[in-house]
Design a protein around this ligand. Structure first.
Ligand SMILES: [Mg+2]
Length: 241
């Protein structure tokens, strides 16, 4: 690509920075079922209600949508949501500390470290987790050191808005204007891919969550990886690297 080519009114060239927007659950970390189990536990503790989330889809959804839906369905007072989330964060920290199966996805720490050392690359979060929960999950594995800002699932809205917020906060934080061709959403569910496509940015799907390579490929992301333990650079940097 020619260094003087203009894209979307911005100068794009070899030095144009890359923004990588990372989902957490199934993409950076694997602790299947822990988030859901903790949410259920808090409904039991605060309201004496079992199986509060039955039938509510989790993968790729926002925490605030999942819990808000349960509150409404159960006829609970939304004024108790702050109390709910405070309890959730406390229990989440305990549950992750106690879960010997909780782990990072294969090779992800090395990938983040390499990107962190690359002056062209910026890593931010784009996740359905509430922000406090996101940092708890990352701290459990020491991955929090790779991130400063992101978009989170505190407010019920469509997932692409979370990604949009991540871009806006990255630009404000780093004083950089990213071109869509160099913004990449990385996630393990069709919802991550749909959100990126809706914003007109690149998407990379990784099959380390509940969806396999074929199911993710059907969403037509720019690239699909079985995991980050294979050669991942072409997927993240496109054909230029
Ligand atoms: Mg995920």
């Amino acid at each position: 690509m020619d260094a003087t080519e203009i894209a979307h009114g911005r100068l794009e060239g070899a030095d144009s920075p890359y923004l990588f927007i990372w989902d957490i659950d199934g993409t950076l970390t694997q602790a299947p079922g822990v988030g859901r189990a903790v949410m259920e536990q808090v409904f039991r503790e605060l309201f004496g209600i079992a199986n509060a989330l039955e039938g509510i889809p989790m993968a790729g959804s926002l925490d605030s949508v999942i819990v808000g839906t349960a509150f409404d369905r159960l006829g609970l007072d939304r004024r108790r949501l702050p109390e709910y989330w405070t309890r959730y964060c406390a229990r989440l920290e305990e549950a992750l500390a106690a879960d010997p199966t909780a782990r990072t996805t294969p090779n992800i720490e090395a990938v983040l470290a390499e990107l962190d050392a690359d002056p062209r690359a910026y890593n931010v979060l784009g996740t359905g987790n509430i922000e406090r929960g996101a940092w708890i999950k990352l701290r459990r594995f020491g991955l929090d050191r790779f991130f400063e800002v992101g978009g989170f699932g505190d407010v019920p809205q469509e997932r692409w808005r979370v990604i949009e917020t991540a871009v806006r906060r990255a630009e404000a934080r780093y004083g950089v204007a990213f071109v869509p061709e160099r913004i990449t959403v990385i996630g393990d569910t069709p919802r991550d891919i749909e959100a990126g496509k809706r914003l007109g940015v690149r998407t990379v799907a990784v099959a380390t969550g509940p969806y396999d390579v074929d199911a993710l490929a059907a969403c037509r992301p720019d690239a699909v990886l079985p995991s980050f333990a294979v050669e991942w650079r072409p997927a993240l940097f496109g054909s230029e690297t």
